[in-house]
Design a protein around this ligand. Structure first.
Ligand SMILES: [Zn+2]
Length: 558
């Protein structure tokens, strides 16, 4: 599971972090400082894995929206042949294109809602014609004129009510979550169709209703996305000679899974990946997170390539080494605690590339594999994305923190501690949060089968709550993660930031009144519960502005 951090951006450092803003998105530079010093073998390994990460990028485009690749081609052809395109239209196409690239298609990554081109269809058609005169080639179907193509695509570019939401977990009573979602993970299928259908490839197939029959189109080398998968496999195979023995074993298992698409091969790969604990370079490459699927089963394709940041790894390792101590004290019924916590491997890492579901909108921490049974038996690996955390922190403006804090003392605490406290809490979220606990024996299957569209938000809440609960524990000082002197202030700063963020994150929901993103849903739930049931948080107003103020850390921890 990835953790995403909602922070805003500004700049306050000599080297440049904030490059550009596009509406609610900030484009921030991430630096891979240690790369130069890596041995040539590791650099070469990273190069091949990097190529494998690029090779699968369009899979996620297609998963997110069936028309994505066609839309992207049209706008990129215009941008690549701008001579003769009217200036205001060109500026609008550029704005749209940047948002399209950031969000992998025309849906905001947090609100799940569609954004549209704001020029007129006539101006857009004139731009396309000018681009064609300058050499652009458009993805017209056989016998289709440029005008006919533009007319066919016009509702997709311009009408926010056509395919309005990419993933709709709360479409309202009587509406089907799959049919209300515009992603490409299911075609013509509703939840009730699936009641009597058992998928053989729950993570890596598209489910399609064809002539009244339901079929699974499996993502594998001779199946759906075969062309892209063949390229991924070619680069992974080129990487293997440069990998450590444990990593080579995992990469071979991954190649096999890409060839067969079989769940048993995916399990073999997950186990090999989690057992590769010491390689200085690692990759995540495959159908991994399930947030795109309203039902929480289908894996969105993603890839990351990274190397261990040795300086920062010390602290997160100490957490992992003491995972059993935390597990024994989880604030829930002992029968849901794990007795023999299996190796949690935790590293602070620097990413070199993130594609598909993990980029350009990036997580700050990841704990995998998601398969609960493998986590319980073989453990998990957690990474904290150091260079991403650094870029977040260095690009956040102090004014932004001041605006939402009730007192100057609170704002000062935020400036002083929020980067540090967030990284610590993220590490705890991943290492002792997601990795914790065991499911009831009565459950008879993975928790997402029972929790369905609520699964992802509840899983995130569980991980957040574990982190927030243990943050004030003296064990954190004993492990050397924070000094005794600073501990109370760090806790207060984190609780305040967590509370403020329930309000601050709402700025990202520019349209609509439903939150769809699971990390955001989780935070609203926790802060809302604390407001309703404790005295930890007060809602205050001053000069017409509303503040969420954390007033009692002890009550917050209840
Ligand atoms: Zn998480």
């Amino acid at each position: 599971m990835p953790t995403q951090t909602p922070v805003d951006a500004g700049t306050h450092q000599s080297r440049k972090y904030l490059l550009e803003r596009v509406e609610d998105a900030a484009i921030v530079q991430v630096y891979a400082d240690g790369f130069e010093k890596l041995p040539l073998q590791e650099k070469t390994l990273i190069w091949h894995l990097y190529r494998a990460a690029l090779a699968g990028r369009d899979i996620f485009y297609d998963q997110r929206y069936a028309h994505n690749l066609e839309l992207r081609e049209v706008i990129e052809e215009i941008l690549a042949h701008p001579d003769g395109v009217e200036a205001a239209t060109l500026a609008e196409i550029r704005r749209y294109a940047k948002l399209f690239w950031i969000n992998t298609g025309p849906y905001n990554n947090l609100t799940a809602r569609k954004f549209v081109l704001k020029c007129t269809p006539a101006a857009f058609a004139a731009a396309a014609q000018a681009a064609r005169a300058a050499g652009a080639v458009f993805p017209q179907k056989a016998g289709e004129t440029l005008d006919a193509m533009l007319e066919r695509l016009a509702p997709l570019f311009f009408d926010p009510t056509v395919d309005p939401i990419v993933t709709s977990k709360t479409p309202g009573p009587g509406t089907d979550i799959l049919q209300a979602s515009s992603n490409n993970l299911y075609v013509g299928v509703s939840m009730s169709d699936l009641e009597s259908f058992t998928e053989e490839h729950p993570l890596n197939s598209r489910v399609v209703k064809r002539d009244g029959r339901i079929v699974e189109e499996v993502y594998r080398i001779d199946g759906l996305y075969g062309r892209q998968i063949a390229e991924i496999v070619r680069h992974l195979e080129a990487a293997i000679p440069y990998a450590s023995a444990a990593m080579a074993k995992a990469l071979e298992a991954l190649v096999r899974f890409y060839r067969t698409g079989e769940t048993s091969d995916r399990v073999t790969y997950d186990i090999a990946w989690v057992q590769d604990r010491h390689s200085p370079v690692d990759t995540i490459n495959g159908f991994v997170e399930v947030y795109l699927d309203a039902r929480g089963h289908k894996g969105a394709w993603e890839a990351l390539v990274y190397y261990v940041n040795r300086d920062k790894t010390e602290g997160i390792r100490r957490l992992a080494e003491h995972a059993q101590w935390f597990e024994d004290r989880m604030p829930w019924d002992p029968k849901y605690r794990k007795t023999g916590v299996k190796g949690i491997t935790a590293n602070a890492i620097d990413v070199v590339i993130e594609t598909g579901d993990s980029g350009p909108v990036t997580p700050v921490g990841i704990n995998l594999p998601n398969d609960q049974r493998i986590r319980e038996t073989y453990g998990s690996k957690s990474v904290s994305l150091s260079n991403v955390n650094e870029a977040y922190d260095r690009s956040t403006s102090p004014e932004f923190r001041r605006e939402f804090a009730w007192t100057t003392a609170e704002a000062d605490r935020a400036v002083k501690w929020s980067g540090f406290a967030r990284e610590l809490t993220t590490n705890m979220h991943e290492v002792i949060g997601h990795a914790s606990g065991r499911v009831s024996e009565r459950l008879n299957g993975p928790p997402q089968a029972s929790l369905k569209e609520q699964y992802s938000a509840l899983e995130e809440a569980r991980a957040d709550l574990v982190a927030l609960y243990f943050l004030p524990d003296p064990k954190i000082v004993e492990l050397g993660l924070v000094t005794a002197e600073d501990h109370a202030e760090v806790v207060q700063s984190e609780y305040e930031a967590y509370t403020r963020n329930a309000l601050v994150q709402l700025r990202r929901v520019r349209e609509g009144t439903q939150i769809e993103e699971d990390h955001m849903r989780n935070r609203q739930m926790i802060v809302g519960w604390l407001m309703a049931n404790t005295k930890a948080i007060e809602v205050r107003t001053r000069d017409g502005k509303t503040y969420y103020t954390m007033t009692d850390p002890a009550a917050f921890r209840v």
